[in-house]
Design a protein around this ligand. Sequence first.
Ligand SMILES: Nc1ncnc2c1ncn2[C@@H]1O[C@H](COP(=O)(O)OP(=O)(O)OP(=O)(O)O)[C@@H](O)[C@H]1O
Length: 304
Amino acid sequence: MIDVRNLTKRYGGTVAVDGLSFTVRPGRVTGFLGPNGAGKSTTMRMMLGLDRPTAGRVLIGGRRYRDLAEPLRHVGALLDPGAVHGGRSAYRHLLWLARANRIPEARVRRVLELTGLEDVASRRAGGFSLGMAQRLGIAAALLGDPPVLLFDEPANGLDPEGVLWIRNLMRDLAAQGRTVLVSSHLMGETAVTADHLIVIGRGRLLADTTVREFVAAHARSRVRVRTPEPERVRDALAAAGIPVRQAADGALEAHGAEAVKVGELAAARGLAVHEISTESASLEEAFLRLTGQAAEYRAGGASR
Ligand SMILES: Nc1ncnc2c1ncn2[C@@H]1O[C@H](COP(=O)(O)OP(=O)(O)OP(=O)(O)O)[C@@H](O)[C@H]1O
């Protein structure tokens, strides 16, 4: 479990994190979302003791990071996949981390296997592709078999197979009862990976809820209708108080009504309908509605 209480970080006149409080619970994947500059990386760095809070605190499993004797056994993180000694082999890099945390060498072989890096273990990490570097960063995060894992943009630059691998890995880690926090700008990916969301803007908490509730609260599903009589269908729906707009492809989009209701209203007036379908609201739409509408949450607005 990660407990963030009244966390604040100022850099000169910039308030990067502003009185943030939330709890990340085990057994589920928690997505950590926010526009550019919202304060996600700063918050994650404070979770890992890489940055000192101006005020407030973060507890990992009930303890401050600096009080963890062998931190890799408590929390693993992928923050910057480039942060390896380029001249070292993947195996040496992991072994060095393992020794500093009293982790047996056998575990190094295990995480190389878990991340599919056995075949390149003796190669120089400096020559790794982005996908391989990402896997090595994840191997390091898993090294201490920690109950808490933080991933900052783990799917960045990965090919579709890599993205799928990361998704399954994070879901497996959560299913094992671990606490998994993942920051991402990929809404489609977050929608299929995360169970819960923490959304921040300008360093402040905007939402702490399940993905399902977040989408239901901030985006609406719509019913699409293809008809040879769009004006008349539009009139029929408007008469029933259902707002309609015409999409770029000519189809009508009705908001706030079920497909059954839309179909029945058209049928009652004897209107032809060629196709009717419900388009579910997306996480992307919900996120943009919450953060995009309020200009104050957009990038570059964190200075005050
Ligand atoms: N070391 C630093 N010195 C000064 N300002 C900083 C520093 N680190 C972050 N900031 C500022 O703090 C704010 C939050 O940045 P942060 O990188 O935490 O946001 P983020 O949500 O991770 O953004 P992104 O999605 O772009 O990675 C930004 O205004 C940023 O410019």
